[in-house]
Ligand binder design. Structure first.
Ligand code: FES
Length: 86
């Protein structure tokens, strides 16, 4: 089954706005969810310079950019994308 690709931006703007906490997201996922996702940090997604994309921290999930992501929100987004892949 295809895994959901979660790319957490750890560029400077995102890192200082909370991306470091997001990198611990696996601690908040169920064992089943962990098997369905690939989580990695990425360099600047090049959206922090463009206000139309919103505010840091940014996460890209299966190619879709999300802004102002916090831990609880990211858990929900991951669950949503896992459901989309079913
Ligand atoms: S530092 Fe995250 S998008 Fe630029």
């Amino acid at each position: 089954m295809k895994k959901v690709l979660v790319e957490i931006c750890v560029g400077t703007a995102c890192y200082v706005m909370g991306a470091s906490e997001l990198m611990l997201i696996e601690d908040y996922l169920t064992p089943e969810q962990k098997e369905r996702v690939e989580i990695k940090g990425t360099t600047c997604l090049d959206v922090c310079q463009h206000s139309e994309h919103g505010k840091a921290p940014f996460v890209r999930i299966d190619g879709q950019i999300y802004d102002q992501v916090h831990v609880r929100g990211l858990v929900n987004l991951i669950a949503k994308h896992i459901a989309l892949n079913e």
